[in-house]
Structures are given as structure tokens and as C-alpha cells.
Design a protein around this ligand. Structure first.
Ligand SMILES: [Zn+2]
Length: 155
């Protein structure tokens, strides 16, 4: 399998079946935290904890690189405000994660881009499980230079 095949593994979901588009159009129930012309923010139906909020662009875009730059920046602008609000709220919050699952292999389940903003605290019982001995690569400087050069080609 070549790189093009690996990187073209994208699910093309019909946006008429998109749950977030239904929510945005008012055709599905939602508890709105924040709304403006470009984004809607709301708790998912199955939050990981109280305070877990999604920031969703109103225009259907399956993946991060389907978003225009201004919308992308605006999503982060609103996520920052929501993170600050979560910290002030009554919900337990000792830290905040911002999380994007971009693609099936990354754990994306709804193929309409969304940024998760959620509080973290000691013993919350979830998170990335990295075993340093199993999951980390130990690369030398030429190998790191090669990665930097390869990714930079496409910026
Ligand atoms: Zn959608």
C-alpha cells in the first residue's frame, strides 16, 4: 500500500445524514452553551464528564483540512472562552484537554469536524494510554530531521 492510499482513507458521509447538521438546523435537540454565525457549542449526548463541550462549525466539513482558516481560528477562539468558563463553573476541573479526532483511525465517530473541550482531574479515569516502552520511538537527529523535512514539504 502506498502513502497516497494510506492517506486517502476518508469516509465520505452524506451531510443529509449528519447528526451535527441536524442539530445546527434545529432538527435535533441540543443544549446550547454558545452560538454565533460560525459555530455552535454544546455538550455531547454522552459526555465523558460534566463540563465536556463540543465546538462545532456550522458549515459541514468532515475533516480539519476541510475547514477554512478563519473558521479554524474561530473554533480555537471559542474553545479558549469555553475552557475559561469551565474552570469558573461548579464542575470539577483541575486541567483542560482540547481534543480532535480527525479521521476514523484517530477515533472520529461523527464526520463533521468538532473540537472537544473537557475538564480533567485526578482520577477521572480516562485519557491517552501511552506505554513509553511500547509506543514511543527513539529516533536519532537525522531521523528527526527527515520527518521535519518530509512534513514541511506539504506546508
Ligand atoms: Zn454536518
Amino acid at each position: 500500500m502506498n502513502t497516497t492510499m494510506i492517506n486517502s482513507n476518508r469516509i465520505k458521509e452524506d451531510k443529509s445524514n449528519c447528526i451535527f447538521c441536524k442539530i445546527i438546523k434545529g432538527k435535533s435537540p441540543v443544549s446550547i452553551v454558545y452560538e454565533d454565525k460560525k459555530v455552535l457549542a454544546f455538550p455531547p449526548i454522552q459526555p465523558v464528564n460534566q463540563g465536556h463541550i463540543l465546538v462545532v462549525p456550522k458549515k459541514h466539513a468532515p475533516y480539519l483540512d476541510d475547514l477554512d482558516e478563519e473558521t479554524t481560528l474561530h473554533i480555537m477562539r471559542i474553545a479558549r472562552k469555553i475552557a475559561a468558563a469551565i474552570r469558573k463553573s461548579k464542575y470539577r476541573c483541575e486541567g483542560i484537554n482540547l481534543f480532535v479526532a480527525d479521521g476514523d483511525a484517530a477515533g472520529q465517530e461523527v464526520f463533521h469536524f468538532h473540537l472537544h473541550v473537557y475538564p480533567r482531574f485526578e482520577g477521572n479515569g480516562f485519557g491517552f494510554k501511552y506505554d513509553r516502552s511500547k509506543h514511543f520511538l527513539y529516533l536519532n537527529r537525522p531521523q528527526l530531521d527527515e520527518i521535519a523535512k518530509e512534513i514541511n514539504r506539504y506546508i
